[in-house]
Design a protein around this ligand. Structure first.
Ligand SMILES: C[S@@+](CC[C@H](N)C(=O)[O-])C[C@H]1O[C@@H](n2cnc3c(N)ncnc32)[C@H](O)[C@@H]1O
Length: 355
């Protein structure tokens, strides 16, 4: 068993034990500890609901499912990335589900506050390691076509908000959205007070990065980049690519650029304040465009016309999250592009132009 696994188990077994600065853990081990705790707290919340459903079903069918039978089903799938906890979870029993959710949340919080006291470069190592570990843990299942990641969406276990704690390290301050003045005649969808709710989940961003198959030197453009999560994750995991995020709301751009500078990513990652609907502005030619529900109808048309013109000269990839696929399906069909790769229960679509 790895040190981070042993440490996690130790803290779950002895919830009163203090995780302190003196606990000798490297930034990498803390990254793993973060993933385990964030995953376990989400999964325990899910299991609580599943147990309730299973008890109800037992009552209707007049049978009795033992806790071991119940948990075994989840050990084969949702709990697979935490396989090292198997014996512990079987032993702890149904009555501990709520407590385990609470203790893993506590561990998660503590790990985050400990890493916040370390240097930015250690935080960077933590982030890279946590993101890679996360990716390995649920993308592995995605390749089996029936695992974990297929359920990132609306049914089953949802990991969409599981790793939001990483925002603390990136210092993404959504309070600025709550304080912002809004011109209600504004034509664009700027998501006043949108905050964390309108940023792509870290799980979704990792799924998309795995699916786009970027090459070294490729340019990736996030159209409507919000607080910059997409670019930050891509730049940390693929420092050999270039990323630009264009965003309408200046304070979001500023926060994103500060995170990029803090982790010394500015050579490959920049955010710019830009209204993409302005005809005076042309988007750059890129290998990948990421669009999470940014625009009004007119802006979609304006931006997509530019992308289609680039697609006559080169092969490119477009990632849509949310409703953007409605526009891209039309573009793909008009231009005879292959069908998109659909992930996360249709929430994430990857289009490749045919050139
Ligand atoms: C749903 S958020 C997505 C943020 C980010 N791409 C992500 O996936 O985490 C869409 C963003 O597009 C921005 N946006 C809307 N219209 C825009 C425009 N015309 N030009 C630039 N950004 C725009 C909004 O302000 C908002 O921050």
């Amino acid at each position: 068993m790895e040190l981070s696994e042993k440490t996690f188990l130790k803290f779950l077994n002895e919830p009163n034990l203090e995780l302190t600065e003196t606990t000798e853990l490297s930034a990498e081990e803390m990254g793993e500890l973060y993933i385990y705790s964030a995953l376990l707290s989400t999964i325990m919340g899910f299991l609580k609901e599943q147990l309730w459903l299973s008890d109800k079903e037992d009552l209707v069918n007049n049978i009795e499912t033992t806790y071991e039978e119940f948990i075994n089903k989840f050990l084969l799938k949702e709990l697979k990335p935490l396989g090292f906890l198997e014996d512990f979870l079987i032993k702890s029993g149904a009555s501990e589900i709520k407590t385990l959710k609470k203790s893993s949340l506590l561990i998660e919080k503590k790990v985050l506050s400990l890493i916040m006291n370390r240097s930015p470069m250690e935080q960077k190592t933590f982030l890279i390691h946590a993101l890679k570990d996360m990716s390995k843990k649920f993308l592995k299942e995605e390749s089996d076509q029936e695992g974990f990641a297929q359920n990132l969406g609306h049914q089953g276990l949802r990991l969409y908000r599981t790793f939001d704690g990483l925002d603390k390290i990136f210092k993404l301050d959504y309070q600025l959205d709550l304080d912002m003045d809004v011109d209600y005649h504004e034509k664009e969808r700027i998501y006043q007070s949108g905050g964390v709710g309108v940023q792509s989940g870290y799980s979704t961003i990792l799924l998309s990065l795995d699916a786009i198959e970027v090459k070294s030197g490729d340019l990736i453009v996030d159209l409507g980049s919000g607080y910059g999560r997409v670019g930050l994750v891509y730049a940390l995991l693929r420092p050999d690519t270039q990323s630009i995020g264009y965003e309408f709301v200046p304070h979001r751009v500023q926060v994103a650029n500060e995170a990029s500078e803090l982790f010394e990513l500015s050579e490959s990652l920049n955010f710019k304040t830009q209204d993409l609907s302005l005809e005076s502005f042309k988007i750059p030619e890129a290998a990948v465009y990421y669009m999470y529900d940014p625009f009004t109808e007119d802006t979609y048309k304006y931006v997509l016309d530019q992308i289609v013109a680039f697609s006559q000269k080169r092969k490119l990839t477009i990632v849509t999250k949310g409703n953007g696929s409605k526009w891209l399906d039309r573009v793909a069909s008009e231009n005879h592009w292959p069908a998109p790769k659909v992930l996360d229960e249709g929430n994430l679509c990857i289009y490749h132009s045919s050139k």
